[in-house]
Structures are given as C-alpha cells and as structure tokens.
Ligand binder design. Structure first.
Ligand code: PMV
Length: 325
C-alpha cells in the first residue's frame, strides 16, 4: 500500500484577484487529506466502483499525468477538511493522490513537491474550466507560507513559475515562499458556514461581474495593495497590521459579491476576540478565517454562531509520503 498526506490551505489575502495575476498569500494548515492506494482486482474508491467522471482531479492525475494503465487500484481517501469550503480540499486530494501514486510506482524516488504542485494545478484547471490559480496546489505541496503573483514579489524566495491558458488568455504566476517569524503568538481559526460552494461557479461569477461592471477592477487593484501590505506585516510579525489587512481585504471581496449572509454572521461573531477576520477561498459560503491570540474563544464564538471551527497554526508542513513505521 502507498500512503501520502497533503495539507489544506487558508488564503490570508488575495483570493479571486490572484486569478487575474494579482498577488495572494496562503498558508498550509494542520488539517489535510490522506490518500492510500493498493492494487486490486477492480477500480474502487472508498469501497465503491470508481467512476472517472465523478472524480475529475484523481482521474486527471492517474490518466493524463502518470499515464497509468496498470493493475486496477483501490483508492481510499481520509479527509480532515470540510469540502467545497475554501480550504483547498480538491488541491489536497490531487497532491496526496499524486504523491501516493508516485510512491506506488517509484518507491525509491524523493517526492518532487514542485512537480506535485504543477500536476495538482493542471487538475484544478480542468475542474475549474481553465480559470485556476496555482495557489491551493502550491501551498498544499510546498507547505509554509506561499506567495503567488503575476510578478515575483520583493523579499520572497522564488520557487517556480506556472502558466495556464485561460478563457481570458494566457496567465503566468510566480510562486515563492516567505518566512513567518517562528515565535508568533497567534493562530488562525477557520469557521465553516456549513454551506458548500463550488470554486468554478464563484470564479465564473467574478468574471461575469468584471465584464458587466469594469469599475470593479478597482477592487482587484485594492486587494493587490492590501495583499502586499499584509505580507509585509506578516513577515515582520506585526499581527495587528495583519489583522487590519485581513478585514480590509474582506470589504473588497464583499464588493466583488463573493461573501454571503452566513459568512457575514460568523465574521461578526468573532470580531470581539480577533485581530482581523475575512472570508477565505472562493466564498459564497465555505469558510471564514480569523487571526487571534485566543483561538479557543474564537472557536467557541464560531460554534455558538452555528459554524464549525478548525484551529490551526500558520504554515504547516507540505505534502509528504507516509512511510510504514
Ligand atoms: O475556495 P478554494 O479553496 O478553491 O480557493 C479558491 C481561490 C480562488 O482565488 C477563488 C480561485 C483560484 O483558483 O485561485
């Protein structure tokens, strides 16, 4: 059996704008997805027949990336992430599947995290009709704090570049990492609204809004500026400024019509106990995130308001193979 784990991610700044080349900052979170594969007499997933059309990410990795046509596989997925919630669960599934399959086929090879990020991105692009940034897959593959932008952002360490043919033309991103001070006295608390929201639909909604109301481009530019300020504050360990930037980013995302009443309810509930809070990921439901020095209290506030909380450090380890002990 081959097993691999890939973390989910939380976008601190820049979702949606990053699809158009503006910068985004994301951190890997403690929770993620574990995929186990073993040879079998027929293709199965979670104990039932594997239907490729129902699992586009996994099918892309098996067929297009690895060109695998060997013995059928039994695929088992254990997820600690809420799905369709803005935590990058599809990216984590792609990365964990890619890592497990690489280990199954070439057990002696070192895990190529950049290769993994690339294959996960191509799987996301297919599932999101060509409009997908490499943010989720790169953060899950590399771990830590990842910056994704049209141009390399000053003060970050370049890791790789990604290009994609989108319906709006070719897009390129520079993917880099930044170091967060180790002694940060702060956690992120994610709050799931319980409402799932497909990323592809939200991204298409923003594309339609920009086409019908070009003045919304100013929100994109503002998100870009807020992201740069938030990144500088994060690298300097200035938590108050990070929180202010998160809340400012949320106001712009609201203007892009990607928030929802459920997200607004949870964000309001954590206000008194947080340094800042915003929706995270595609929006329209999914999760919000708060930055706080008092994670238990924020988790309680989320629960009382009807959400499901998840506490995490900022910047967990990236995708990895789980070797037998
Ligand atoms: O909701 P998620 O985890 O799929 O994050 C989506 C982030 C977007 O910027 C909205 C889309 C993208 O491809 O970057």
């Amino acid at each position: 059996m081959a097993r691999a784990f890939a973390p989910g991610k939380c976008i601190l700044f820049g979702e949606h704008a990053v699809v158009y080349g503006y910068p985004a900052v994301a951190v890997a979170i403690d929770a993620g997805v574990e995929v186990s594969i073993s040879e079998s007499s027929e293709w199965t997933i979670e104990g039932t027949e594997f239907e490729p059309s129902r699992h586009p990410h996994i099918t892309h990795i098996i067929r297009d990336v690895f060109g695998y046509n060997g013995t059928p596989l039994d695929i088992d997925i254990k997820s600690g992430l809420f799905s369709a919630a803005g935590l990058g669960s599809s990216a984590a599934i792609s990365n964990a599947m890619g890592a497990a399959l690489q280990f199954h086929l070439k057990p002696d090879e070192v895990l190529d995290r950049i290769g993994l990020a690339r294959m996960g991105h191509s799987a996301e692009a297919i599932a999101q009709k060509g409009r997908a940034s490499p943010t989720d897959t790169a953060t899950s593959a590399l771990g830590g704090c990842v910056v994704v932008s049209g141009d390399l952002v000053d003060g970050t360490e370049h890791v790789f570049d990604a290009t994609l043919e989108t319906p709006e033309g070719e897009r390129s991103w520079s993917i880099s990492k930044t170091t967060i001070p180790e002694d940060l006295d702060a956690w992120i608390v994610l709050g799931f609204t319980g409402v799932g929201s497909p990323t592809g639909r939200m991204v298409a909604g923003v594309a339609n809004l920009l086409e019908s109301d070009p003045s919304k481009e100013s929100d994109m530019e503002a998100i870009g500026n807020i992201t740069n300020a938030g990144l500088a504050a994060l690298s300097a360990g200035n938590l108050e400024a990070v929180g202010i930037a998160m809340s400012a980013c949320h106001e712009r995302l609201k203007s892009l019509q990607v928030s929802s009443p459920e997200l607004e309810h949870l964000i309001a509930a954590v206000g008194p106990h947080s340094l800042g809070a915003k929706m995270t990921g595609a929006g329209g439901g999914g999760c919000m995130v708060a930055l706080t020095r008092d994670p238990r209290r924020v988790a309680e506030a989320i629960e009382i308001a009807g959400g499901k909380p998840l506490i995490s450090r900022l910047g967990a380890e990236g995708a990895r193979i789980i070797r037998k002990t």
